[in-house]
Write a protein that binds this ligand. Sequence first.
Ligand SMILES: [Mn+2]
Length: 339
Amino acid sequence: MSFRLVMEGDVPTMLGLDEDPWAAPDMVVLPLPYELTTSYGQGTADGPMACLEASAQVELHDVLLNEDLPAGLTIRTERPWSSDAGSLLEQLDAIEGYVRPWASGDVFPLVLGGEHGILPPVLAAMREHATLEGDLGRLTVVQLDAHADLRSDLDGERWSHACAASRALDLGVGRLIQIGIRAHSLEEEERIRSDDRIDTFYARDVLSPCGGAAHWARLVEALRAIQGPVHLTIDIDGLDGTLVPATGTPVPGGLTYWHAYEAIEAVFAAPAATVISADVNEICRQEGSPLTQFTAAMLATKVLGAHVHARREGRWAASADSTPGPRKPLVCGTFSGFR
Ligand SMILES: [Mn+2]
């Protein structure tokens, strides 16, 4: 057990590691405290900071790697996203611009959110990744979530976190695999049935006391069969509400920690796939107990460990031209072009 210090006033670093600001990063952690459209609980804006603070208590040892993180690689925690843009669509543009400098393919970006409404602009930024060549049709999104997020709008708002997966498909995402879904509308269920880009593994199936194990095995098989670039989006409410009571919308009947853990390992281990980016979202600071933010930090750490493992097995093609030093957000305009 090593002890890591978080200095007061500083932005905490991922895992409490000492970071050299001039070293070219292999992985970048992007705190994205965005909260405009959450519908029920509040507090996702403080979630990324809570998660980073909690991450200092996560064990660095990754069993799969058989080594302590960062395992000879470099992790950088960027300054948190902020924007004084006025409209919601301009805010989404600003998120796209914040992520875009890390989308080229030389660095693995892990976004900490923030509400799930960050997904469309994160994907818009990732369009620049070398493996996508501007075409999100090549991308598979794997979504852990209690909610399908497939509404056409929520109370008239098309960019609500409740529509994140719909808007991702609107942007042209080629395939969507959903895991842990257990709260959805009839409209969403019909979308799941009619859109052949979507494969949904409902919580009631994969966690069924009788047939759950067979459904789960089918899911793991489906994850291992993915080909091409993947974005992994983990809404922490995909986990059972007992594990993440402070998230925006905690829901009972969800994934156990080990389901989430195994899903992460399976998608990173898919022999013909490359996970190019990931986000862990809907994190809120739990008062009185660090359980919610610590659970989120454990999952975020597992994502980084699984990425390092994928690199070692050759499922990551980093280019040699990474430039050290902080990068400026780019001006992007995918979203203010809508409507
Ligand atoms: Mn969601």
